[in-house]
Design a protein around this ligand. Structure first.
Ligand SMILES: [Ca+2]
Length: 426
């Protein structure tokens, strides 16, 4: 009865085909040396040769620049390690934390939210939505977020059983409680999905306190439904809503299309294909937009760029996809800060986080992401808008679905049925 969508973009499908994809990722033995993401390792032309800034101030030694020390090249930071946290879980696809609570919260794509200690013990079911969630391929429970200042408010993003609509709901998880109230506090948003794939999935509060929601272009292939370049649909976009004002939400005054004249009021960024995962680092937004047939992209959107168009399907990554060429060449899209091709068994980018933890100081400022099919974890450093260093770690995990971050800024990665803590060995 649930016909597997005919267009079903098999390669893009999230969890299915675990075995096949895992096999595809094993096709070579030296993946890590291949595409180092092609970086002319900028030998920092910015080593500030003490230019005579000291025109007036002649006291003291020649202005010791306040520039931070050069980070250690990523090739020298040691080997990335992954350590299983807790037992195998049904289908872990996201990990997060809430204020005033030490526990780790894990969303499983099948509809169950679990919590556990940071050592993976005392596993408890927080909420079981399996009756409401349709779990298959790219559908299921896809995102989880806690309100930053009211940790009792828990938000979920899932595909609804029956009609497969995208649902954003709020639940109540009292402080000190193990389980959430099973009935939602409110439905935030319901939106029809025209196809099985490209449902987006991410849900996160920004530093501005607004809730950001990622929605894919509605699916099919090559933007079948023409949503990418349509600002009036909430598909193919990242939304920004205020869940503290209005019922069920309000539109922030400074949303780019707040008045609805030039686009949907909820839309913050558009021109996206399937932004499965995004994250904030300060005010900047890192978006991993899954590509169609050739290119996976990472977008780094500076603060205050609401209304920006990220180019899909005119562009796939930085490459002309659905021209005309003139439109590809002459555009004001935000271009990817990084892209990689579908070589070496790679197929679908899984966005992660800029590392802000303390256990691995050499990795601070680096952005971690991965590829769903190859299971590789990749790291880039960006300086002045371009990638200045990168590295690929082949940690031998398939179906890398998500990253997560804990209270200390330490990173986790989810693959297959397992949550892992990310570490480094010198
Ligand atoms: Ca793009």
């Amino acid at each position: 009865m649930h016909s597997p969508n005919t267009l079903g973009s098999v390669k893009r499908a999230l969890p299915a085909l675990i075995v096949l994809l895992a096999l595809a990722a094993c096709g070579d033995d030296g993946g890590s040396s291949t595409s180092r993401a092609g970086l002319a390792t900028t030998t920092t032309g910015a080593v500030p040769s003490p230019t005579t800034t000291a025109v007036t101030s002649t006291t003291g030694p020649p202005a010791t620049t306040t520039t931070q020390p050069e980070p250690i090249p990523l090739d020298e930071v040691g080997e990335l390690t992954i350590e299983p946290v807790g037992d195998r879980l049904p289908t872990p696809i996201f990990l997060t934390v809430r204020a005033d609570d030490e526990r780790l919260y894990v969303a499983n794509q099948n509809g169950v939210i679990d919590s556990m200690t940071d050592s993976g013990e005392d596993l408890q079911v927080v909420l079981d939505l399996r009756d409401k969630v349709w779990f298959a391929n790219e559908r299921g429970l896809l995102g989880l977020a806690f309100h930053p200042s009211d940790p009792e408010r828990m938000f979920v993003h899932y595909s609804r059983s029956g009609d497969y609509a995208t649902m954003i709901e709020e639940y109540h998880l009292p402080v000190d409680a193990v389980a959430a109230d099973p009935d939602p506090v409110r439905t935030i948003l319901t939106h029809r999905q025209p196809a099985a794939n490209h449902n987006g999935g991410m849900l996160a509060f920004g530093p501005d306190g607004y809730l950001y929601i990622a929605l894919g272009d509605g699916g099919g292939g090559g933007d079948t439904y023409g949503n990418g370049q349509d600002p009036f649909t909430i598909l193919g976009a990242i939304l920004r809503i205020d869940v503290d004002g209005g019922e069920p939400f309000a539109i922030p005054d400074d949303n780019p299309f707040a008045d609805g004249e030039d686009g949907a009021p909820e839309v913050w960024l558009w021109g996206l294909r399937n932004p499965w995962r995004f994250s904030f680092d300060g005010g900047a937004m890192w978006i991993a937009d899954v590509g169609q047939r050739s290119w996976e992209e990472i977008d780094l959107v500076p603060p205050g760029r609401g209304g920006a168009n990220l180019g899909w399907p005119i562009l796939e990554g930085s490459h002309c996809f659905d021209g005309p060429q003139s439109r590809c060449d002459d555009n004001d899209f935000i271009s990817p800060v990084h892209e990689y091709s579908h070589e070496e068994g790679r197929c679908s980018v899984t966005g992660g986080y800029v590392y802000r933890g303390s256990d691995h100081p050499d990795l601070v400022d680096a952005y971690f992401f991965g590829d769903y099919c190859s299971g590789e974890i990749m790291v880039i450093r960006v300086g002045e808008g371009t990638v200045v260093d990168s590295r690929v770690f082949d940690v031998g995990i398939g179906t890398l679905t998500s990253f997560g971050v804990d209270h200390d800024g330490e990173l986790y990665v989810m693959a297959g049925n397992q949550v892992y803590r990310v570490g480094f060995e010198a």
